[in-house]
Structures are given as structure tokens and as C-alpha cells.
Design a protein around this ligand. Structure first.
Ligand SMILES: Cc1ncc(COP(=O)(O)O)c(C=O)c1O
Length: 378
């Protein structure tokens, strides 16, 4: 068995996996209605919202498409900061619905900042929405100024659509307080259910805008999901086993408490960063205060091949970590710090990282210090 430390999917707990072995029920019957209501209540807690959270049987990208396609149409202008691979994905979705992307130029490895957003709104009028990736999984950068950016966007009459696929449930994101109109996450990251469900909260204003839009997708039509939600159903056949798993994963979040969960994620990430520093490695995000909590992106040191490092870690030490996406392939490796992550996973990963680096010829100044530093932080 290998320890899965990629930046999602995270490893679901046994309780969650077992929940999927229950029998399949009628998705148009009272049992499913009850299940949906229970899930909905817990989702509102995790999203910190009073608004409905739509559940789609699709991966996270389906949730991004849902959030864009219900409000963006022909000729609509949308602002997107160019922070990484998943920002590019948002742009491709916008274009596929006929919208025009107005980029906010941001170098990979940096976050978008409020002044850049102000500037972008000065250049474009009638902006329909700003699309933000809260935690850029490809670069390990967290947009910490989201509340301020959201406020600026609302002042200019734009909707705020957030991809929180690798953050919600592990990093604080009070959706209502920060005025997020549509917040998207996936079942497989910080919530630690298996992959296959996308979850999208929608504000009143978002719903109104969606109702005004004439052309819509069939599978991703918001109104259909809201109408069926009233009946305790989904418009199309849901993945019932995944709904059971999501319910169980959410129960675990409620039992732990959202605040405690967020604290645990933070502590584990601090331990990772301390270890990385002790190994003399560089993290990819250029500004320390914008480093992600859930994705630790590390530059591969000179003389070491990223793929070799990942291979040794996986095959010899049983720890699977991620590589770089797109233009960062070969330059960085990424460690997932999400879901059920605890001291055990952190220390096993740090140990595997140090041992593999040493085996590949990287000089460790003080062997064992990374583990000691991580241990102290935990
Ligand atoms: C920030 C972000 N957005 C979007 C996605 C795409 O999600 P999925 O692969 O579930 O479609 C991911 C997946 O890694 C992600 O991390």
C-alpha cells in the first residue's frame, strides 16, 4: 500500500469508503430525499453559507463549468488573473460559452492582489464576473486577499466566482461573509470523500443572473437543480454511492469541527515548510505569506530529476507525491496536505523526501534535521 500525498485526491477514511458499499436506493424516493437534506445541512456548515449548495455528479471541472455557464454568455466580459494552470482552465470554459476573457496579468508563483484588480476594473467596463482560483494547485499559491478582492468586484457590479477546489474544508473560506456568489469545490480534496462530485454554492444574485440567461447547458442548468432540490432530488441520476460517501465525510468534518480542521491543516503545512527549509530546498511561491496551506510546491534542486525523485519516493518509500503541471513539469514537485492529513503523513513524507534526495546525490547538510523541525512544528 502506498501513502497518497498528491495534491488531491486525498485518501478517504475507511468509514467513508465503507459508506459506499450500502445498497443503491431509489433516487426519486423518500430515503434519498432524507440523505440529500442531511448532506445539504452539513454542506452549508462547511461552506459557511445560508445559500443552497448544488451537488453535481461530475468532477470539479464540471462545477467550474456550472458556475461559468449559468451566467456567462456571448460577449460577456470576465476578469481572470493568470496565476496558473487552473486559471487557464477557467478561461477555456468562459470562451466555450462565448465570453471574452480580460486577463489580469500575474506571474506564476505570485497571487493576484487587490490593487491589480482595481486596475483591471478601471480598464474594463461592464464586467460580468471575476473568476478566481482561491488556491492555485499548480503553483501552491493561496489568494489571501480574497475578501478585499470580492469587495472591489462587487463595488463594480461584477459577480465573484471562486474555484475553491483545493481549499474548501481545509482553509477558512466563509462564503457568505466574503460575498462569494458561486463557490466551487470537489469531493476529493479537503473534504476527503472520493472523486466524482462537484459542489457549488450559489448566492441569490447568482440565481437571479442565471434566470435571466437565455441559453443554457442541459446537464448543468442551475434552475433544474434548484427545482429538483425542492423535491429532494437531482435532475439526473446521481451517483448514490458517492452521495453516501460525501455524507459520511461531512459527518467527520462536523465531528472534528471546521475550525479544528482548518487548524490541523495549517499546522501540518507549517511542519512541511519547516522541513523543506531544513533540507535547504526552495518553495515555489515567491512570497512566503501567500504560500498555500494544502499544496506544498517545492523547486527541485539542481542535479535532481523531478521524475526520478517521485519514482524513488514512491517505489522505495511508498509515498506518492505530485509533479509539476504544464510549464512547471520537471521544475517542481507538489505535496498534498489535505483531507485527513496528520503528523503521521507529514513525518512519513518528510522522511521519504529526505532519504530519496540523499539517494539521488543531493547533499543534506544536517541529516535528520528536517524531521526534527517538522516534529517540533507538529
Ligand atoms: C484548483 C483546481 N481547480 C480545478 C481542478 C480540476 O478538478 P477535477 O480534476 O476534479 O475536474 C483542480 C484539480 O486538481 C484544482 O486543484
Amino acid at each position: 500500500m502506498r501513502l497518497l500525498m498528491i495534491p488531491g485526491p486525498a485518501s478517504p477514511d475507511h468509514r467513508v469508503l465503507l459508506a459506499m458499499s450500502r445498497r443503491v436506493i431509489n433516487h426519486r424516493g423518500p430515503e434519498f430525499k432524507r440523505l440529500l437534506e442531511e448532506i445539504q445541512e452539513k454542506l452549508k456548515y462547511v461552506f459557511q453559507t445560508k445559500n443552497p449548495v448544488v451537488i453535481l455528479t461530475s468532477s470539479g471541472t464540471g462545477g467550474m463549468e456550472f458556475a461559468v455557464g449559468n451566467v456567462v454568455g456571448d460577449g460577456d466580459v470576465v476578469l481572470i488573473p493568470s496565476m496558473g494552470f487552473f486559471c487557464d482552465r477557467f478561461a477555456r470554459i468562459v470562451e466555450s460559452y462565448g465570453g471574452r476573457v480580460s486577463w489580469i496579468p500575474v506571474e506564476w508563483g505570485f497571487p493576484v492582489k487587490p490593487d491589480m484588480v482595481e486596475e483591471a476594473f478601471k480598464k474594463e467596463s461592464n464586467v460580468k464576473a471575476i473568476l478566481l482560483v482561491h488556491n492555485e494547485t499548480s503553483t501552491g499559491v493561496l489568494v489571501r486577499d480574497l475578501p478585499e478582492i470580492s469587495r472591489i468586484a462587487h463595488e463594480h457590479g461584477a459577480l465573484v466566482i471562486v474555484d475553491a477546489i483545493s481549499s474548501l474544508g481545509g482553509i477558512d473560506l466563509p462564503v457568505d461573509r466574503w460575498g462569494i456568489d458561486a463557490c466551487v469545490t470537489g469531493s476529493q480534496k479537503c473534504i476527503a470523500a472520493p472523486p466524482g462530485l462537484a459542489l457549488v454554492s450559489v448566492s441569490e444574485r447568482f440565481v437571479e443572473e442565471a434566470k435571466r440567461k437565455k441559453t443554457r447547458s442541459l446537464y448543468f442548468d442551475l434552475e433544474a437543480y434548484l427545482d429538483y432540490m425542492e423535491k429532494g432530488q437531482t435532475p439526473y441520476t446521481p451517483s448514490v454511492p458517492l452521495f453516501y460517501a460525501l455524507d459520511e465525510a461531512l459527518k467527520m468534518i462536523v465531528e472534528e469541527g471546521l475550525e479544528a480542521r482548518i487548524r490541523r491543516h495549517r499546522k501540518c503545512s507549517e511542519a512541511f515548510y519547516k522541513a523543506v527549509e531544513a533540507l535547504g530546498l526552495e518553495v515555489y511561491p515567491r512570497e512566503p505569506e501567500y504560500r498555500s496551506v494544502t499544496v506544498i510546491a517545492i523547486k527541485v534542486p539542481k542535479g535532481v530529476e523531478a521524475e526520478e525523485l517521485r519514482k524513488v519516493m514512491s517505489e522505495k518509500y511508498g509515498v506518492v507525491i505530485g509533479g509539476g503541471h504544464g510549464r512547471l513539469k520537471g521544475l517542481i514537485v507538489r505535496i498534498g496536505c489535505m483531507g485527513n492529513v496528520s503528523a503521521y503523513e507529514v513525518l512519513a513524507t518528510v522522511n521519504a523526501l529526505e532519504s530519496s534526495l540523499a539517494e539521488l546525490g543531493y547533499r543534506i547538510e544536517e541529516p535528520g534535521r528536517a524531521l526534527a523541525e517538522a516534529g517540533k512544528a507538529l
